[in-house]
Design a binder for this molecule. Structure first.
Ligand SMILES: Nc1ncnc2c1ncn2[C@@H]1O[C@H](COP(=O)(O)OP(=O)(O)OP(=O)(O)O)[C@@H](O)[C@H]1O
Ligand SMILES: [Mg+2]
Length: 264
C-alpha cells in the first residue's frame, strides 16, 4: 500500500535529516516507526503528507508510492484526497473551536454533508466521551480527549492510511490504552492501515505487526514486531530490559557503540 524507497529529506537546502530510508506499510497493516529524539520520524511522516513544504523541507531523493500513485510531487490536499492522513505530533487541536467543529474540519476535502454527518456519528461511537462534549471548546478538554479529537479529525477524511505521530505523548497509561484500543478497532473494522510513530517502543511493538527503528536519519533495524522485541540491543536500549521483566537504567547503556553496530 505505502512504499517508500530510498527517501532523502533536507531542510533549508542543507540539512540532510532523512538519509535514504525504505519502508513499507501493507494493506490493513499496523507498522511502527521507532527511534529516539531527532531521529527523523516526524520528518518522514511530513514527507509523506507534504506538511514538509510549509517548513522549508524538501524531498531530495527517493520515491514515496501509495498504491499506484507516486506521492513525491503532490500537494497536501491531494494526499488527503488519496486517503493518507497525518495525525500531528502534539495533537494541535483548534482551542477556540468546539469538539464538533474540530472534527468537521477533518472533512474539508469532502463535499456531501449527509456523508459527513454519518461519519461524525461513527466517530462519536468510537469516542463516546467526545459525544457528550460536542459543544465544548477543545481547549477545555483533557490531553487524552484532545488526542481523541486529533485522531477523530483524521478519520473524518476517510483515510486508508492513518499516520499517528506519538499519540501517547504526555498521557497516562489508562488513556493511552484506550486510545490504542480504539485505533486497533478502527484498523480491524475499516481496514485502515496505520503507521505509528512512537518513542514508547514497548507500547508500539505490542500494537504493531512490524517495526522499523530509526537512528540519525537511517533505518538501523526492521522486522516483525515480536522479533524486534526479542532483539537484545532493542531490549536493552529501547525497552530498558536486560532479562524479561528486569528494568535497567538507560544511563548504563552505551548508545553510541550499539548504534555503530546496527549501522555496520
Ligand atoms: N522545520 C525544520 N527545519 C530544520 N530542521 C528541522 C525542522 N524540523 C526538524 N528538524 C530537524 O530534523 C531532525 C529530525 O527531526 P524530527 O522532528 O523528524 O525527529 P523525530 O524523530 O520526530 O524526533 P522526536 O522524537 O523528538 O519527535 C532534528 O535534528 C530536527 O532538529
Ligand atoms: Mg517527532
Amino acid at each position: 500500500m505505502l512504499k517508500i524507497n530510498n527517501l532523502e529529506v533536507v531542510y533549508n537546502d542543507v540539512v540532510l535529516v532523512v538519509r535514504g530510508i525504505s519502508l513499507e506499510v501493507p494493506d490493513a497493516g499496523i507498522v511502527a516507526l521507532l527511534g529516539s529524539n531527532g531521529a527523523g520520524k516526524t520528518t518522514t511522516l511530513k514527507a509523506i503528507s507534504k506538511v514538509l513544504y510549509s517548513e522549508e523541507g524538501k524531498i531530495e531523493d527517493g520515491t514515496i508510492k501509495f498504491n499506484e500513485h507516486l506521492l513525491n510531487e503532490l500537494s497536501p490536499e491531494q494526499i488527503v484526497r488519496l486517503g493518507v492522513c497525518q495525525v500531528p505530533e502534539g495533537r494541535q487541536v483548534f482551542d477556540e473551536l468546539t469538539v464538533d467543529e474540530n472534527l468537521r474540519i477533518g472533512a474539508y476535502t469532502r463535499k456531501y454533508s449527509s456523508d459527513i454527518r454519518g461519519d461524525l456519528k461513527r466517530i462519536y461511537d468510537y469516542f463516546p466521551v467526545l459525544a457528550g462534549r460536542k459543544d465544548v471548546l477543545a481547549v477545555y478538554l483533557s490531553g487524552g480527549e484532545q488526542q481523541m479529537i486529533a485522531i477523530g479529525r483524521g478519520l473524518m477524511s476517510r483515510p486508508r492510511l492513518l499516520m499517528m505521530d506519538e499519540p501517547s505523548l504526555g498521557l497516562g497509561p489508562l488513556v493511552i490504552a484506550k486510545i490504542f484500543e480504539i485505533s486497533k478497532k478502527v484498523n480491524r473494522e475499516e481496514d485502515v492501515s496505520i503507521l505509528l510513530v512512537e518513542q514508547n517502543a514497548n507500547l508500539a511493538l505490542n500494537f504493531s505487526q512490524y517495526g522499523y527503528i530509526m537512528e540519525n536519519g537511517k533505518i538501523v533495524l526492521d522486522g516483525p514486531a515480536e522479533k524486534i522485541m526479542e532483539n537484545e540491543d532493542i531490549k536493552e536500549f529501547y525497552l530498558g530490559l536486560t532479562e524479561v521483566g528486569k528494568k535497567k537504567s538507560y544511563r548504563n547503556v552505551k548508545h553510541y557503540k550499539r548504534r555503530k553496530r546496527w549501522l555496520s
